[in-house]
Unconditional design. Structure first.
Length: 327
């Protein structure tokens, strides 16, 4: 089975991570088309049998060569709501017996799953695909990539610290990035409602100056990991945290895979929330108000306070239950 994942990013790759595992348990070989950046994740972390490396925006000649190298496959999966020109061309060049997609309008697609899975989380869409392929009772628990060096570095950094909540403000896209003003309102709410916790602001290469400026607004209760080097540093931090507050779904899916609840803020896009919300039972998935362009910072602050109060209250109860000795 071949999955076209040349546009894959960290978050949706984590959501996909259980699929190869469940197929391989049934003796089904899994191949993936991916970029050079993501190929090691699919191959080394998710255990995909074969990774075909290509550019994210490969030319038509490169696509023809790619299809020729791949050869015949039983099923090609392109899980996107809308197939673009390059994807359509690749589908036309691949020697596939069957094609599955969420874009039901494509004539090449004979396993049409768009309408059949509308409104379901992407993990549930994959689960439907597995069921159509004869895989029953699949485990949808995500695999989260880990890096030993980052794990050791973060473990040393957080040793002796108070419990903390991770706060993720920064995204590559403006629509999901929490502004300085939004962050300055959210963080004090967390500090007030969780007096026994601190807040760790997640960073990324090139964002450290902004993160430090945010941390300086408060006392030692708000901190960050100096010189964040990769996503693996943030994964290790989330693994040590009691919860995550984020407008960026990549870290939310990572938190889900690690069993960490999230308070998630979405721009006003109900379909996107349906696709990519946190699946943790204690998580809150909240839409911002409608805006043009979409902006996660257009918040109903009365509703934020209400939902955040519930989230922190449930988090406190969960921690008490977790720490209670067995009878």
């Amino acid at each position: 089975m071949l999955f076209i994942r040349w546009d894959a990013k960290w978050g949706d790759s984590v959501v996909f991570s259980f699929v190869p595992r469940e197929l391989q348990r049934q003796g089904i070989s899994v191949e993936v088309i991916a970029t050079a950046d993501m190929a090691p994740v699919f191959r080394d972390q998710f255990g995909v049998d074969t990774v075909h490396v290509t550019k994210k925006r490969a030319g038509y000649g490169e696509i023809r060569q790619l299809a020729k190298r791949i050869g015949q496959v039983d099923l090609v999966v392109f899980f996107s709501h809308l197939a673009n020109h390059r994807a359509l061309y690749l589908l036309s060049q691949l020697q596939a017996r069957h094609v599955a997609s969420l874009d039901d309008s494509v004539g090449l697609v004979d396993l049409k799953l768009g309408e059949a899975t509308r409104g379901r989380h992407f993990a549930e869409k994959y689960l439907t695909l597995l069921e159509r392929c004869g895989v029953q009772g699949a485990d949808t628990q995500y695999l989260v990539p880990r890096n030993e060096q980052s794990e050791e570095r973060v473990a040393t950094f957080v040793r002796g610290r108070r419990p903390f909540i991770c706060f993720n403000a920064f995204s590559k896209g403006r629509a999901r990035t929490l502004t300085f003003e939004t962050s300055r309102q959210l963080i004090p709410m967390l500090l007030e409602r969780l007096p026994g916790h601190d807040v760790c602001v997640l960073s990324a290469p090139g964002k450290q100056q902004e993160v430090e400026a945010l941390c300086q607004q408060w006392s030692e209760r708000v901190f960050s990991l100096p010189d964040t080097q990769s996503v693996y540093d943030n994964i290790a931090l989330i693994a040590h945290a009691d919860a995550l507050v984020s407008g960026i779904t990549a870290t939310v899916h990572i938190a889900d895979g690690l069993g960490v609840p999230s308070f998630v803020l979405f721009p006003y896009d109900p379909a996107d929330r349906d696709d990519w919300h946190s699946r943790h039972p204690l998580s809150v998935n909240m839409l911002a108000q409608p805006s043009e362009p979409l902006d996660v910072n257009q918040l109903d602050w009365d509703e934020v306070k209400k939902q955040l109060s519930w989230f922190t209250s449930e988090l406190g109860v969960s921690k008490l239950d977790h720490s209670s000795p067995e009878p």
